[in-house]
Every structure is written in C-alpha cells, then in structure tokens.
Ligand binder design. Structure first.
Ligand SMILES: CCCCC/C=C\C/C=C\CCCCCCCC(=O)SCCNC(=O)CCNC(=O)[C@H](O)C(C)(C)COP(=O)(O)OP(=O)(O)OC[C@H]1O[C@@H](n2cnc3c(N)ncnc32)[C@H](O)[C@@H]1OP(=O)(O)O
Ligand SMILES: CCCCCCCCCCCCCCCCCC(=O)OC[C@@H](O)COP(=O)(O)O
Length: 455
C-alpha cells in the first residue's frame, strides 16, 4: 500500500512537472496531499511521507543537495544515538527508580488521606484521584513520550464529544501485554485517567505502588470464583454510585489473556454450549459483565465496546516500551447506550456473546485490511504526563544525587555495599512488577478449571 501511494504521488508530481511547475514544487504540493492520505492508512504510509522528504532533499541544487543530505544524515545518526541511549540499562534504572520512589511517596500520601475519608468522603476521593494520576501518568509518559507509541482512535463523530463527559463501562479485548497501558493513554487524553476503574483480579492488589494505589481508588477486585465474587463485586460496584468525577470502568470479559492453549480450551467450551467459535478472542465470561451492568445502571450512561490491535502484527511489551521501541496502536470504539442491554441475566449473557462475535468480525477486518471501520479521530497526547514525570524526577533524583556523591566521598565500604544491595533489591522488585504484565507468566485461569471440571 505504501509503495502504491508513493508511486501515485510521484507519478502525479511528474505530471504536474510536465505542466511546467517544476519537479520540486510539484513534489512539495503532492507531498502535502500524500501526508494527509498517509494519516489515514497505516504506519507504512507515514514512511512514504518520510521517504518523499528525503527525495525532495536530494532534488535541490548540488551544493544545497549536499548540505541537506548531510543534515539529514546527521539527524538520522542523532536519532540512532537517542535510540541507543534509550536501550541503556542506566536509563532504565533511572526511570524505574523515579517510578518506585515517587510511587511509594504517593502511596504514603494516600495513607495520610485516611482520616479525610471520615470527614469528607468526596474530598478524599478527589484528592486520591489526583494522587493516582501522579503514578499512572508516569507509565503513560513512558508510552507516549519515551517510546513515542502512536495511539489512533476509530470512532464515529457523534460519539467522540461524549468521551470523558459521562461514566462508561469499557469492554476491551485482552490480547496484549500493554493493553492496560493503552487504556490508560486513552483515559489520559479524555481526562479520566485518575478516576478510571477496572474489574481486576485480586492478585494485582498486592503489586507495590500500582496495586496499593488501587485500594484508594476503590478499584473492584475479584477472585475469579463466582461463589465468592457475586456479593463482594456487587458491593464494591454499589459504592461507585456517588463517585464525584466521571470514570471509565474497564472489563476484560475474557477474564485472562489470550494464549493459543487457552483459546483452544475456551473454544471447546463454546462448542459444548452451542456457541459460534471465535478466532481472535477467548469466550467471554458473562457473569462479571451482567453484575456490573446491573449495579451501575442509572449511573453509567453507556458501554464502550472497544477493540484494540497493533499494526504490522506488532507484539508490544512493557520491556519494549522501556527500551524506547515505538508501537502503533489502533482502537475501535462503539458507544452502546446502557438501556439497550437486557436486564435479564440469560439475555444479557447472550447479548455479550453476540458482542464478542461482532468484535471478532472487526478483528478479521483489521487482519485483512489493516483498518477498523469508520473514520480516525485521534486525540493528541497531553503534556501533563510529561510535566508530572519531570516534576517527580526533580523531587527524587536530587536526593539520590546527593546520596551518591556523599557515599563516594565517604569511601565507606559498608555504606557503598548497603546502597548496592538496596539498588539490586529494587531492580529485582521492578522486574517482578514488569513480569506481572508478561503473557508468558500468565495464570492458569481458563486452563486449570476446565481440567478440574473434567476430572
Ligand atoms: C479504551 C479505553 C480503555 C479504558 C480503560 C479504563 C480504565 C483503565 C483502568 C485501569 C487499567 C488497569 C488494567 C488492569 C487490568 C487487569 C484486568 C484483570 O485483572 S482481568 C481478570 C479479572 N477480571 C475478570 O475476570 C473479568 C471477567 N470475568 C468475569 O466476569 C467472571 O464471570 C467473574 C465475575 C470474575 C467470575 O469468575 P468465574 O471464574 O467464577 O467465572 P464464571 O462463573 O463466569 O465461570 C464459569 C462459566 O465460564 C464457563 N467456562 C469455563 N471454562 C471456560 C473457559 N475456559 N472459557 C470460557 N468460559 C469458560 C463455564 O462454562 C461457566 O459458564 P456459565 O456462566 O454459562 O455457567
Ligand atoms: C516511568 C516508569 C518506568 C516504570 C517501570 C516499571 C513499571 C512496573 C509497572 C508494573 C505495572 C503493573 C500493572 C499490572 C497491570 C497488569 C494488567 C494485566 O494485564 O493483568 C493480567 C490480568 O488481567 C489477567 O491475568 P492472567 O490471568 O492473564 O495472568
């Protein structure tokens, strides 16, 4: 497609040239048109614009051509150096240190808000929303500003203005290691990052910084055991009725991340239930969806059916992001008013199965054409996440710098060894946290229960 576009633009430019406009001017005009077209058609098309710029640089007079060419080369070399820098361990250690140190400070501040809950619950919630933003937006900054990952949004123009202005249940496919992070990015762009919620597995509540922050955000945890979850999940959802700010409530109805083995097993379950097979999704669990819709009816306006995929079959990871690797996310969102969702449990379950069949169709279309339906309306990344990261870096890196210089000048072996042990422990801790996002280390949920049922 990229080659086709490039050829098309060049051919049109040559035609313009023959009309006497000069090849450079013609290319410049066509380039503008080409870049606009590239906006809507995939990453490779973006590269067309880049290659045309390079060609244009080569088309000037010979001395200008040499200057432009060498400055282009310099730029490329600088980009290469920047990329090399981003892959260095020392950079990762600094990023992780800032995240851990600032995260623990924020957790401590959240603890300090406990008395406030007794005096004014709504004020305590608003304070915690802002504190949580300080943590989650650091990961958003990592995605948007460090790795430069592109996040496109396919949605219809009537829906777009409602994003961030109402409470919504977001049903998102669970196929990627960074789908939670892409979710956060969209939340940030529509101003609901601090307040957004999820139906999360209980194990995540023990993850330092993020899991601890979630207690204060009234995140809903489940054990993925319906007998226990049916009452605890409903109670936690009821508490959100008077939440003071707009939020998105995320539900991965598959309940676990996609792996070929889990897919095979869940399709056996689908078959046994007489349901059509899904190619790109696990069979959704319907109880969590039903209980969420029932308990949030009246306070949530719609379900945002969200389907995420990455261009060129990219398999993004948090490690890749930390290394500065750029990915290209595409998200398709359909708004479905909550009144359209059946109240009866069995009907609601059938509705969800149908929704997942439609989602599977969208993924098939994406696999075939590289596009979801509808126009792209991508909100720009916001500066706030970067400003927040710079602010916390100043706060926690300055004392670290003082400490390191003091340690070195003191020459005390004991102090230096203690610092090295603490650094290693922190590094192991962060690796474990990153491990939580890795599909290779995914739980046995969706495998174990079926083999138990079969025994
Ligand atoms: C685009 C914008 C994005 C916006 C983002 C917004 C906010 C962001 C905020 C935070 C981001 C952080 C993200 C963190 C992500 C963390 C996510 C998770 O932790 S996912 C895991 C936890 N969540 C869930 O599990 C939700 C889905 N699960 C359910 O709804 C379950 O029903 C349950 C309520 C958890 C109960 O679990 P249980 O295991 O008891 O399930 P069921 O009773 O439903 O299971 C029995 C049921 O399933 C059938 N079955 C059996 N085996 C399988 C199988 N392998 N596959 C499919 N189905 C199976 C079985 O036959 C039973 O069927 P039935 O109900 O018909 O009897
Ligand atoms: C600037 C910042 C640098 C930071 C570097 C360190 C970052 C460490 C971040 C750790 C973030 C931990 C958040 C975990 C969210 C994981 C969400 C997820 O995807 O959970 C999986 C479950 O849904 C299903 O589990 P499985 O049954 O598949 O198993």
């Amino acid at each position: 497609m990229a080659k086709k576009l490039s050829d098309k633009v060049k051919a049109a430019a040559a035609a313009d040239e023959s009309k006497g406009r000069g090849l450079q001017g013609a290319l410049r005009t066509r380039l503008r048109a080409g870049t606009q077209q590239a906006d809507g058609c995939g990453s490779s098309c973006g590269e067309v614009a880049h290659s045309l710029v390079s060609e244009q640089l080569c088309l000037g007079g010979s001395s200008r051509q040499n200057n432009s060419w060498s400055s282009h080369k310099r730029l490329e070399r600088r980009m290469g150096l920047l990329q090399l820098l981003k892959s260095q361990l020392v950079c990762h250690l600094i990023l992780c240190y800032v995240f851990l140190a600032s995260g623990l400070i924020v957790n401590l501040l959240q603890l300090c808000t406990l008395p406030l809950w007794l005096v004014s619950k709504q004020l305590a919630r608003r304070v915690n929303i802002r504190l949580a933003y300080c943590i989650s937006s650091q990961l958003v900054a990592l995605l948007e500003w460090w790795s430069g990952t592109e996040c496109n949004l396919y949605t219809d123009p009537e829906t777009y203005p409602l994003f961030g202005k109402e409470n919504a249940i977001v049903v998102l496919n669970h196929n990627f290691e960074i789908d939670f992070l892409c979710g956060w990015t969209y939340c940030d762009r529509f101003g609901v990052l601090g307040s957004s919620k999820v139906l999360a597995k209980k194990e995540l509540s023990y993850v330092p910084v993020i899991g601890w922050m979630w207690y204060f955000l009234e995140i809903v945890f489940c054990k993925r055991k319906w007998e226990e979850d049916r009452s605890t999940v409903a109670q936690s959802l009821q508490r959100l009725w008077d939440y003071p700010e707009n939020y998105w409530f995320l539900l991965h109805c598959e309940g676990t991340r996609f792996t070929p083995k889990k897919h095979q097993i869940s399709m056996q379950v689908a078959e046994s239930k007489g349901l059509p097979k899904l190619k790109y999704h696990l069979l959704p669990r319907t109880k969590g969806f039903w209980v969420t819709v029932q308990n949030l009816r009246g306070t949530v306006a719609a379900v945002y059916d969200s389907t995420l995929n990455f261009r060129n079959k990219e398999t993004p990871s948090l490690r890749g992001i930390l290394n500065g690797k750029k990915y290209h996310a595409d998200l398709y969102v359909r708004r479905i008013p909550l009144e359209l969702i059946p109240e009866d449990e069995a009907e609601c379950a059938a509705w969800l199965h149908k929704l997942y069949q439609e989602k599977d169709g969208f993924q098939e279309q994406y696999a075939q054409t590289g596009r979801f339906p509808g126009p792209i309306r991508s909100p720009p990344r916001r500066l706030w996440s970067l400003i927040n990261w710079l602010f916390w870096s100043c706060i926690v890196l300055y004392p670290l710098f003082l400490l390191v210089t003091h340690l070195i000048s003191s020459g005390s072996m004991l102090a230096i060894t203690t610092a090295a042990v603490l650094c290693s422990a922190a590094s192991v801790g962060v690796r474990w946290m990153i491990g939580q996002t890795e599909i290779d280390k995914s739980s046995n949920y969706g495998i174990k229960e079926v083999s138990l049922n079969n025994n």
